[in-house]
Design a protein around this ligand. Structure first.
Ligand SMILES: Cc1cc2nc3c(=O)[nH]c(=O)nc-3n(C[C@H](O)[C@H](O)[C@H](O)COP(=O)(O)OP(=O)(O)OC[C@H]3O[C@@H](n4cnc5c(N)ncnc54)[C@H](O)[C@@H]3O)c2cc1C
Ligand code: SF4
Length: 333
């Protein structure tokens, strides 16, 4: 691991000012905040992240989970994944988020991992994590060996000719279906970014993954009030039952009244270059009867633009079945 200085931030402004000295908040940042450290320290040991300064934000008062006046939920960026997953109101009103978090990593990792750190976790593409290989995301312009290489776990939606890496998070898929908003305190004040606008497609700059700017500190995740008459569910399919990233996953929020669907939010994981909201599936479901035929049509719509790579064609059908199963589960619960 390369040498770095360490700063223990005692207030948000101190962290933001330190972070703002980095030329970028994307790949290659010279200043990084550390929360649980379960992504950052791994990548520093692999020389993928080489910050000159690490700013410990764990002493900032950002770990609370509380109701908002409108009946939504405000989750502090430092709330641990285990605390969010086991929070009674998250389990009752946002089951999809609790289920997604519990499907991720291991109990020990969830006790360390934070809401903000999970949002910003990096791809598990093996070339990205190997400093001896070319990789456009780690080193812009060096190439993408995953295209035509080992791409079984990588993306079929949202890829470009420069990068086909998946966003690996389970939490972020649930947050996409819940239409979460990300509260950010930065060098130029505070702003709130809908999750649909937070993650960038790789395009020709796969090293830029989010709208984060130097100094930006995620302070909270905001969830809207739960929609009356809806239920939610997260289904994750993977190579082994635990301690494994998704090959395909589905987060759904569904409202059914009199046998007809009046509300649908759908997001897919393990298949997209960002947490993959599927508005085509939602449109397809609205007003339809909650039947296997409607669910199958929605899943076909969600995967219509899929572009498989040499090794991951199986993901198209896997994701389709995953979504059908998730919709069936939530509709019959
Ligand atoms: C073995 C293993 C298995 C895993 N399996 C899964 C899995 O199945 N599913 C899954 O979803 N995840 C999985 N993970 C990933 C894990 O969920 C993430 O590592 C974790 O959520 C990151 O949170 P953290 O607090 O440790 O982040 P850190 O490592 O502390 O930070 C990650 C990044 O976020 C930045 N950051 C952190 N907090 C803030 C903030 N408030 N504002 C601005 N920037 C911030 C840091 O600077 C850093 O760049 C796994 C990880 C490991 C090591
Ligand atoms: S898919 Fe993206 S992260 Fe993986 S090697 Fe290609 S450019 Fe790098």
């Amino acid at each position: 691991m390369q040498a770095f200085t360490f700063l223990r931030a005692t207030d948000a402004r101190q962290a933001i000012d330190a972070g703002a000295r980095s030329p970028t908040a994307q790949q290659g940042a010279s200043v990084r905040f550390v929360a649980g450290g379960t992504t950052l320290l791994d990548l520093m040991k692999l020389h993928v992240e080489t910050p000159q300064q690490v700013v410990d934000i764990n002493h900032l008062p950002l770990d609370r989970i509380e109701r908002t006046p409108d009946g939504g939920l405000k989750i502090g960026a430092l709330a641990r994944n285990s605390d969010v997953a086991n929070h009674a109101e998250v389990q009752r009103d946002y089951a999809v988020l609790s289920q997604a978090l519990l499907a991720g990593a291991s109990a020990q990792l969830r006790n360390m991992a934070t809401t903000g750190g999970n949002l910003l976790q990096r791809t598990r593409c093996m070339y990205f994590r190997d400093e001896h290989m070319p990789c456009n995301k780690r080193q812009p312009g060096s190439g993408c060996p995953a295209i035509g290489g080992a791409n079984r776990t990588l993306a079929i939606l949202g890829a470009s000719e420069h990068c086909i890496a998946t966003n690996p998070s389970d939490q972020n898929v649930a947050l996409a279906a819940l239409e979460a908003r990300i509260a950010i305190h930065g060098a130029h004040g505070e702003r709130v970014v809908p999750i649909a606008d937070f993650f960038l497609l790789p395009g020709d700059t796969p090293d830029r993954e989010t709208v984060m700017q130097p100094g930006d500190l995620i302070t909270h995740v905001l969830l809207p009030p739960p929609k009356a008459g809806t239920r939610s569910h997260y289904l994750k399919l993977r190579d082994r039952a635990s301690y494994e990233f998704a090959l395909a996953s589905a987060a759904v929020v569904l409202g059914v009244d009199g046998g007809r669907i009046h509300h649908a939010r759908v997001a897919l994981g393990g298949v997209g270059t960002r947490p993959w909201r599927a508005p085509e599936a939602e449109q397809s479901l609205l007003g339809q009867p909650a039947t296997p035929a409607s669910f199958a049509a929605a899943a076909t719509a969600a995967l219509r633009d899929a572009r498989p790579q040499s090794e991951n064609g199986f993901k198209v059908e896997l994701a389709r079945r995953c979504l059908v199963h998730a919709l069936t589960t939530v509709a019959t619960a």
